[in-house]
Ligand binder design. Structure first.
Ligand code: 3NM
Length: 215
């Protein structure tokens, strides 16, 4: 296996759904299946926050979600847990600046996909140098799905990074909805990453479909 190409990575990033059991009112596998039916292009299992599953329940849910992604033909990414990613045979891992060291994670996961959150030019450069396949940039808008975000950077920050020579695949995150998704696309991101726009939607399938149509 070789590292994923930038062009393939960009295709996968288009509609990037992130969720854990605390982000949904219906069972997450049901919501994920609807999102897959609506056309999401990648999924990240992010089990965080009050009431997050631990132990066997955490692993069992991950296994079920991974199977749905496999059947749906989309990559399954695990947030910030290399051991779980390896145990489940995930397609990749996403880490933040506060998580494990990028070089260490790259070494542990081999050629699997590695995504890294970056909020400045320096963080972006370092993450890519150390082995990231894509960058997560945000929050581009205010979000209520994560408490400890950095300051809102706006969708134009992605274009700023492009102007500074970062041409790696970038997915924008934070407060993205169908009403502002076009601004993100125009800001030169390769993908839209959302939690609530799909997980809290009355119809997750339709929400995913509409986000896909923005492209
Ligand atoms: N990371 P929603 S913002 C998981 O800025 C996450 O790095 C962010 O959720 C960052 O789509 C965020 O509901 C939450 O706003 C995104």
């Amino acid at each position: 296996m070789a590292r994923i190409s930038s062009s393939k990575m960009r295709e996968h990033l288009k509609v990037y759904f992130i969720a854990g059991s605390t982000n949904v009112s219906d069972p997450l596998p049901e919501v994920l299946q609807k999102a897959i039916d609506g056309g999401i292009t990648i999924f990240q299992y992010r089990e965080k926050g009050d009431g997050a599953l631990t132990g066997e329940a955490y692993v069992t849910l991950g296994k079920e979600l991974k199977e749905l992604c496999n059947k749906g033909g989309i990559p399954f990414i695990v947030n910030d847990d290399v051991e779980l990613a390896l145990a489940l045979g995930a397609d990749g891992v996403h880490i933040g600046q506060e998580d494990d060291n990028v070089l260490d994670v790259r070494q542990k996961i081999g050629d699997r996909i590695l995504g890294v959150s970056a909020h400045t030019l320096e963080e972006a450069r370092k993450a890519l140098q150390d082995g990231a396949d894509y960058l997560g940039v945000g929050p581009v808008f205010p979000t209520s799905s994560k408490n400890d975000t950095r300051e809102v950077c706006g969708p134009q920050f992605v274009a700023t990074l492009r102007g500074q020579g970062i041409d790696a695949p970038i997915v924008a995150i934070g407060g993205i909805s169908i009403t502002n998704a076009r601004e993100v696309v125009e800001g030169k991101a390769d993908g839209l990453s959302v939690i609530s726009a799909i997980s809290q939607a009355g119809d997750p399938r339709e929400a995913a479909k509409q986000l896909k149509e923005v492209w």
